[in-house]
Write a protein that binds this ligand. Structure first.
Ligand SMILES: [Zn+2]
Length: 99
């Protein structure tokens, strides 16, 4: 049985989902509300993230810019259309495209 490092009460294992819909389990203290992931729980959720389907795409020159060809599956999933505007948000290690 796992004990809370904050208040020494019993911790229960619960299940929840990340904002991306990936389910994972963690320990929560019924007394102080402390939440903890142990290494095995962490590895499981990391593995699920690795298993998420990735798409490869090639950039091609388009005037002074680069064009990105979005795979058909993603076009369908996000209901993208030619000549529609999207929002591009630069992030620390990625670029987010909002339809
Ligand atoms: Zn506690």
């Amino acid at each position: 049985m796992k004990k809370c490092p904050e208040c020494n009460n019993i911790m229960r294992e619960l299940n929840t989902k990340t904002p991306d819909g990936i389910s994972y389990s963690y320990f929560k203290c019924g007394n102080c509300g402390e939440e903890i992931l142990n290494m095995s729980q962490l590895h499981k959720v990391a593995e699920k993230y690795r298993a998420i389907k990735r798409f490869n795409a090639r950039l091609s020159k388009w005037g002074l810019s680069l064009g990105l060809r979005i795979p058909k599956e993603l076009v369908k999933r996000y209901r993208l259309k030619s000549d529609k505007n999207v929002i591009i948000i630069p992030e620390k290690e990625a670029i987010r495209i909002i339809p």
